[in-house]
Design a protein around this ligand. Structure first.
Ligand SMILES: Cc1cc2nc3c(=O)[nH]c(=O)nc-3n(C[C@H](O)[C@H](O)[C@H](O)COP(=O)(O)OP(=O)(O)OC[C@H]3O[C@@H](n4cnc5c(N)ncnc54)[C@H](O)[C@@H]3O)c2cc1C
Length: 384
């Protein structure tokens, strides 16, 4: 019998984990499709490693799973014909496909006055790709020390980056359209505690948006909606991410609780690209490294099950922790921690929170309480 062909799109956290989960299985052939123009790398090192100059880009490469890596970009998936059209013009057939193409940074509105010129001057950038990391590093190296950096956005990547920059002696400023940033992802108690941390270390302009950007000789000026003018060597746009699947999805890929793509038999999705629909957890998307890798592993198990080669792995449940260093403290979280959960503060200092839904623990979060968060992992999603 011919081997079944499994194609994985995206060679990051989720794709590499899926490939590892499939590489030892018998009777299948796996191809891992990465982007044409880059070698797969660990995205978490974009700001912590390469932008700060601690690592060269090559040092952030991901160890490759034991499957062939196809350096080509997926353009269009034909779900009915079970084919993927690649940028090179080649077409791949699949018996099963795992979409793990991650996310792309949310950008400023293109009509923002001065944006194009500022982007061309390399003084406005996102911080998502290795190219972005090198751009940020180059500005930091060329600017007088301390460099003045504006973070537009106040999510976890912006928060961590502002912490990294200010600890490296630079002047970081956070500008956020939200008056209470982070509440959607972390809930109000943790988000407000993080805002307090920022206030002790960096200047913050909350509830403010960009009205105009102007390149002035060797720096850039950000004009806010209340006409405040902020000078900077660099503006980093860190407004969160949006899922980035190729056509026909062109964005998010919706999955059921086993990570099967809804309306597309033989297609699965994992990581930042996936929006999950679970009977009790509802619809959700979680975009962090360990979670993406766990989803990749689970998608591989579901594929093997559907091909009759493994038992049913059951519904996917988020149980993988992340941690972020914010100034001199570490934020650790796992599972669902947003405002659609009920919050129980177990300790105010160190901050330790359990999140429940319908009485069932679904997440945990803490500042300087990583042990507490990790101790909760076995109890998440368990009816007691
Ligand atoms: C600056 C930064 C710092 C971060 N720090 C942390 C951290 O400290 N801890 C943490 O847990 N998370 C962190 N994250 C988030 C974490 O990196 C992501 O959640 C994780 O990478 C998601 O994994 P993924 O596999 O879904 O996507 P990715 O790891 O981004 O992998 C997707 C892959 O698909 C490829 N791809 C995209 N489109 C195509 C296509 N059409 N064809 C072929 N290949 C394609 C991409 O090139 C990429 O290699 C950080 C993110 C950023 C931007």
């Amino acid at each position: 019998m011919a081997a079944e062909h499994i194609v994985i799109l995206g060679a990051g956290a989720a794709g590499a984990a899926a490939a590892r989960g499939l590489s030892a299985a018998e009777g299948i052939e796996v191809d891992l499709v990465g982007l044409s123009r880059e070698k797969p790398y660990n995205r978490t090192l974009v700001n912590k490693g390469v932008a700060t100059g601690l690592l060269e880009p090559g040092q952030a490469r991901l160890p490759q799973p034991d499957v062939p890596l196809v350096a080509d970009t997926a353009r269009v998936v034909d779900v009915q014909a079970q084919t993927v059209e690649l940028e090179s013009g080649a077409t791949m057939d699949f018996d099963a496909l795992i979409v793990a193409t991650g996310s792309t940074p949310r950008r400023l509105a293109p009509e923002l006055t001065g944006l194009n010129a500022a982007v061309k001057s390399q003084r406005v950038t996102t911080l998502h790709s290795m190219e972005d990391a090198v751009r940020v590093h180059n500005v930091l190296v060329r600017s007088p020390h301390p460099a003045r950096i504006i973070l537009l956005g106040a999510g976890l990547v912006a928060a961590e980056t502002s912490s990294l920059l200010s600890q490296a002696g630079h002047d970081a400023v956070i500008v956020s359209g939200s008056t209470h940033p982070g509440r959607t992802a972390l809930g109000p108690i943790a988000a407000d505690r993080i805002a307090e941390l920022h206030h002790t270390q960096v200047s913050m302009y909350l509830g403010r948006t960009a009205r105009e950007i102007a390149v002035v000789e060797d720096h850039v000026e950000l004009i806010l909606d209340d006409h405040t003018r902020l000078d900077a060597d660099l503006i980093i746009v860190a407004l969160g991410t949006v899922p980035a699947a190729p056509a026909p999805w062109n964005g998010a890929v919706e999955t059921d609780d086993h990570l099967r793509v809804i309306g597309a038999p033989q297609v699965y999705a994992a990581g930042g690209v996936a929006v999950h629909h679970h009977p009790s957890l509802g619809s959700y998307r979680i975009d962090h490294w360990a979670e993406a890798a766990a989803q990749g592993t689970h998608a591989a198990l579901t594929v093997l099950h559907d091909l009759g080669k493994a038992p049913d792995p059951g519904a996917y449940l988020p149980r993988s922790a992340f941690s972020v260093r914010l100034y001199d403290q570490t934020l650790t979280g796992v599972g669902h921690t947003g405002p659609t959960t009920t919050t129980r503060v177990v300790s105010k200092n160190p901050l330790s929170i359990v999140h429940t839904r319908a009485g069932i623990p679904v997440g945990a979060l803490g500042l300087e309480s990583g042990r507490f968060v990790r101790d909760w992992i076995p109890y998440l999603h368990v009816h007691t």
